[in-house]
Design a protein around this ligand. Structure first.
Ligand code: ADP
Ligand code: MG
Length: 412
């Protein structure tokens, strides 16, 4: 494997999970050409774990002795990180496990989180192998920030945790239909968008949400403390099993986060909806899917849509800056929906503008965007696709609640 014996005394021990089938199937070559030397020169001891099948990574992190690792890094697309996060949150010790810093090196066809991390660093956009190299450098700096996770409920299975997006309609259809073009890499979304435009559908359903109040971000006072700077040399990443090494700003965050949650429970006077699994934080804003909405939610008047997209990172794909205002731990679900009636030309214009994040300022009458903390979607169309982080989930009623800063992300 990739352990370099001479590096074992160094503190930063990363498990690097590589999906050899990701993207164009060249992740191992990309690792050899771009990553191995970079990590070694930066003193990052890492053990290469090559995933063999779907859910391999999920099972692995569910059982792993996390005290052995200072970080879990995935080299794949967003799908493998989705597995890792859900594996961590299925553990009985989930509260500690999800503190393990997570990193991502893009070698997939959907590299939205990697593009988001690169964007947060303030650097101008880059793509494919340049994005990989950028993320490699950022990983070597080993700076850790908080990352929001969103719990997602569908009707008939345990809830999931999502770090990127919940999509229905046009975007979800493109994501899944374009799987067959995965050999072209990230360009598959562009091709898929053009194909889908040719047969534009209207999707019927009821959408409702809990608006994010403007004082939400001030309440938590996180603006100046978003990044936890770990010491460059000796300490780097603190092992997840030693939360006492966390910096004071992080503790502050924890406290305010908890008080915020308990506030909400009182306000809604509702029983938190219980998930089938015991692990993971409870959802204080949601009522069970078969019960009516809490009275303070906003119900969208229109029931004919072209797309609904809930984002909690800036990028939907390498070249789609879908939520330009999003940061990794702003505590918001950035909700975008497009009402039916939009012309093909206008929709195409929106997607072209999205490359630079300009779609929100195009004055498109059919586009609505707002910040929310929870949402519920009840599709009326009998068949369709709903995706979570680009993965298909059961089609039907779905609801979501954001958990601010639940995970930790190496952002550089
Ligand atoms: P991409 O962006 O290229 O689709 P992902 O990271 O989303 O990359 O990976 C796609 C899927 O491949 C994930 O659902 C993951 O579980 C699965 N997977 C992981 N390892 C393997 C493997 N060795 N063979 C096939 N599929 C795998
Ligand atoms: Mg966010």
């Amino acid at each position: 494997d990739g352990v370099s014996m001479s590096m074992l005394s160094r503190p930063s021990r990363m498990m690097l999970l590589v999906n050899p089938q990701s993207g164009k199937g060249q992740a191992l070559t990309l690792y050899n050409n771009h990553i191995q030397r970079m990590l070694n020169e930066a003193g990052v001891t890492h053990t290469l774990v090559i995933t063999e099948r779907q859910n391999h990574a999920r099972e692995l992190v569910k059982e792993a002795d996390l005290s052995q690792w200072d970080a879990l890094v995935i080299m794949s697309g967003d799908g493998l990180l989705f597995e890792v996060i859900n594996g961590l949150l299925e553990r009985p010790d989930w509260e500690e496990a999800i503190q393990t810093p997570l990193g991502i090196l893009p070698s997939g066809s959907g590299n939205a989180l990697a593009a988001s991390i690169h964007h947060y660093s303030g650097a101008p956009p880059v793509f494919s192998e340049e994005l990989l190299v950028s993320c490699g450098f950022l990983l070597c700096q080993r700076l850790v920030a908080r990352m929001d996770l969103v719990s997602i409920h569908v009707a008939s299975r345990p809830r999931l945790f999502s770090f990127l997006s919940l999509a229905w309609g046009f975007v979800a259809d493109v994501d899944i239909e374009s799987e067959k073009y995965r050999q072209v890499g990230a360009a598959r979304f562009t091709i898929g968008t053009l194909v889908r435009l040719a047969s534009l559908h209207v999707y019927k359903g009821k959408l409702a949400y809990l608006p994010a109040t403007e004082d939400y971000s001030n309440e938590e006072g996180l603006e100046n403390n978003q990044t936890l700077h770990c010491n460059n040399q000796a300490s780097s990443l603190a092992p997840a099993s030693r939360p006492s090494r966390d910096s004071p700003c992080q503790n502050t965050f924890h406290n305010s986060c908890h008080s915020n949650n308990s506030l909400k429970v009182q306000r809604t006077e509702s029983t938190p909806s219980q998930s089938a699994t015991k692990a993971g934080p409870s959802d204080s804003l949601l009522l069970p899917l078969d019960q009516p909405l809490p009275s303070d939610w906003v119900v969208v008047q229109e029931e004919d849509f072209v797309l609904m997209l809930a984002m909690y990172q800036s990028h939907l794909a390498e070249d789609l800056l879908a939520a330009p205002g999003a940061t990794s731990d702003d505590g918001f679900i950035h909700l975008i929906y497009v009402r039916a009636g939009i012309s093909r030309a206008s929709l195409l214009k929106l997607f072209l503008a999205m490359e630079k994040g300009a779609h929100l300022t195009t004055n498109c009458q059919h586009l609505v965007h707002t910040k929310v903390r929870a949402l519920r979607l009840e599709p009326h169309s009998p068949k369709g696709i709903i995706t979570v982080d680009g993965e298909v989930v059961e089609y039907g009623p779905v609801q979501a609640e954001v958990h601010r800063g639940l995970a930790r992300l190496i952002t550089g």
